[in-house]
Design a protein around this ligand. Sequence first.
Ligand code: HEM
Ligand code: HEM
Length: 176
Amino acid sequence: MQTAAFPPQRFSRPAQFLHWAIFLLVALAYLAIEVRGPKGSASRIFWSATHYWAGISVLALSVIRLCWRFYQPPPAPEPDTAILLFLAKVTHLMLYIFIIAQPILGILTINFGGHPVTLAGLGSFTIVSPNHDLRDTVKWLHETLGNAFYFVIGLHALAALWHHFVKRDNTLRRML
Ligand code: HEM
Ligand code: HEM
């Protein structure tokens, strides 16, 4: 049992910063794709560029976040039933896979389609040569994962709020 003599363990400041920065960037990537507007419009050009910038920043910060996690492992989870601890672990693993794989699939969608990825203000890059069959597959994966993770992220956020407001433990506080 935790007492005042044993203050609650928290995520480190860098881990907290990276968690919330990645959350905001993922939200921006989703917002950008939802509001981008019709093909050929100025709005679509602006919001597509925002989508690419936000998504690639997610990838860069996620690599740093994983390196940081190996260097500074997270605190042990708050006590819970074995099944809920297991579900939390699986969800966290899925979220880590998502924030690494989703931006890479986005980059591959553009490159396999025969275009370089342009990061406005920085330049363009290509990591694979065109391949139209693979383009269809990675585009489908990017869209399907993108749509599925609205629910996974929603579930994860609801779980955090449930811990805070219903179970009243430290799960959310130690990420703040
Ligand atoms: C965490 C980061 C990202 C998330 C959450 C995300 C999510 C999404 C979602 C939800 C869609 C719309 C799917 C649909 O129409 O049903 C989409 C489309 C797209 N994304 Fe991403 N994406 C991310 C990163 C990236 C990156 C880094 C790139 C490329 C640099 C990229 C390129 C694209 C492209 C080209 C499309 C449009 C496909 C089309 O309609 O032709 N995405 N993304
Ligand atoms: C794009 C959105 C999000 C992603 C990708 C994400 C990802 C993650 C991951 C991977 C972890 C595990 C950390 C670790 O053990 O290293 C985590 C923990 C956590 N997240 Fe999120 N998260 C997101 C949004 C949110 C939101 C909106 C909330 C709150 C409403 C939240 C609250 C928390 C809390 C409280 C923890 C700590 C859980 C624990 O102590 O076991 N997250 N998140």
